[in-house]
Design a protein. Sequence first.
Length: 228
Amino acid sequence: MNLFIKVTSLIAFLTSTTSVANASYPSQVTYFFDTALAADPLAVPSSAGSESTGTGTVTVKNDGTVTMDIRWEIRGDDGPINEENALIGIHIHTGDEYTNGPIVFGFCGQSPLPSFGGTCQQGWDSNSAQIATKYAGQICDMDNPACYNHGQTTAREAAQMLIDGREDMYVNIHTTKSFEANGKAGPLGLIRGQLRLVEESRPTDGEGSQREWTSTSREMKSALRGGY
């Protein structure tokens, strides 16, 4: 009987240990956010009338890894993109469509904005467009108001805020012309778009290379968590 009890206790211990290990497994989950960029005169009055557009997909992991695939087209009086009117920054900021918030992740840039991963791709002179450029994000860690929480938030913490929906976030594209047009209002950008969760993927219980896909809207996530 004592042996039976010991075996049963061992099985229970191993089961609980596996459960704890699985509880930490969400670091393997990958989340996908889409965005559609356009003028947002409510937040950036100088962008009123802009015809420039863009689309992007942001891939986020619980470990703080953030990458972006982005396409943009700078049209009309916003362009062309050239040496005098460069694309000087692509960032993720906190805020809704009415708000201009600090930078959370930077993907590229040049003076007068931070460089982050280096100079942004400048597109083609013929139509000032760029298709599907992939960038790796860097957390904004400068100790000043331009960065979220004065740069004191880690990449892992910021990624989790986006995943959980605790902060609205948007993608913003900056050009030399938009920087000058915004003047004393600050670097509000040219076109922007809110990030919206569309999918998540996680390893299945089988081989690590196998993946299980679920389509999940931000509204569904909110309902599952009891709302915000």
